[in-house]
Ligand binder design. Structure first.
Ligand SMILES: Cc1cc2nc3c(=O)[nH]c(=O)nc-3n(C[C@H](O)[C@H](O)[C@H](O)COP(=O)(O)O)c2cc1C
Length: 263
């Protein structure tokens, strides 16, 4: 157990091995039980922030985030991203309203349980839900569907009233899986923001903006680009410094001809 209360596999003390072999180690092996580094702490402490102060983040701070995004790795160094920074409250509200409208359309057309049983509307919605469920089963997972309904009913915000929203556009032509590159690029932004005292929240629902020709034209989200994700950025409300517990995942570890399971 370490300082942050997270279990990590024991690190082999390579320095000791080097000493035993009569060599002076030049390998910078972190000693077992050493405190977490600043970078590791940022990773542990980050969590999604859904309540922001009204104070805008200074432009030079956002520029730092764009700079770290530029250094993200990508398959074949394709760098298949284009970032769009939105800091106008009226524009963010417009994006919010559009996404809320799309959530309404989606829930109204799929939620047949609220319709008169046997009616044409009911039967069409039921058939659509079945087809949709076959084609994109993950989209009918309770988490996105519940969130979509909450957004449609005004119980959950899409962009969380953040003062700055960074849209992450993806170039679909990139080799490999460009969505992964987008995720890494966004992770650079999110972790750097955390290190600068900012809060962030990824917004997958921003994809709804792709349904609007006007928004797409404004953001340059036209073929081969599309809006893949958005990241809300701002100063968090309240104390966000305590660690959130996480479940452990089973990990297979092959070494010395043996297979072990660690957690
Ligand atoms: C790609 C991606 C998309 C997400 N989309 C949304 C979203 O649309 N709205 C939202 O409130 N949170 C969104 N989240 C945040 C997740 O709900 C959150 O990361 C998860 O519950 C874990 O909590 P944590 O970020 O506080 O550790 C998204 C996260 C990721 C990585």
């Amino acid at each position: 157990m370490t300082e942050a209360g997270v279990r990590v596999p024991a690190l082999e003390d390579a320095e000791e091995a080097e000493k035993e072999a009569g060599r002076v180690s030049k390998i910078p092996v972190v000693p077992q039980g050493a405190p977490w580094t600043a970078v590791e702490r940022v990773m542990f402490e980050r969590r999604s922030i859904r309540k922001f102060r009204k104070t805008q983040v200074p432009a030079h701070v956002i520029r730092r985030l764009l700079e770290v995004a530029r250094f993200a790795p990508s398959q074949g160094n394709c760098q298949p991203w284009k970032l769009v920074v939105v800091r106008d409250a009226a524009m963010i509200q417009g994006m919010e309203d559009f996404c809320v409208g799309e959530c309404r359309k989606l829930t109204e057309s799929l939620d047949y349980a609220t319709m008169r049983k046997g009616s044409l509307k009911y039967r069409v919605a039921r058939a659509k839900t079945k087809v949709f469920g076959r084609l994109q089963p993950n989209m009918l997972h309770p988490v996105p569907i519940t969130a979509c309904t909450a957004i449609a009913q005004g119980r959950f915000a899409v962009f969380h009233h953040a003062p700055t929203v960074i849209l992450v556009l993806m170039d679909k032509r990139a080799i490999g899986v460009p969505a992964i590159d987008i995720g890494i690029c966004g992770t650079n932004i999110v972790l750097a923001a955390q290190s600068l005292g900012l809060g962030t929240c990824w917004v997958g629902f921003s994809k709804f903006l792709n349904e609007s020709k006007e928004w797409c034209a404004k953001f340059g989200a036209e073929d081969p680009f599309e809006i893949e994700e958005a990241i809300c950025v701002g100063y968090p409300v309240g104390d966000t410094t305590h660690l959130i517990p996480r479940e452990t995942h089973e990990t297979a570890w092959f070494e010395g001809g043996k297979r072990e399971l660690i957690y």
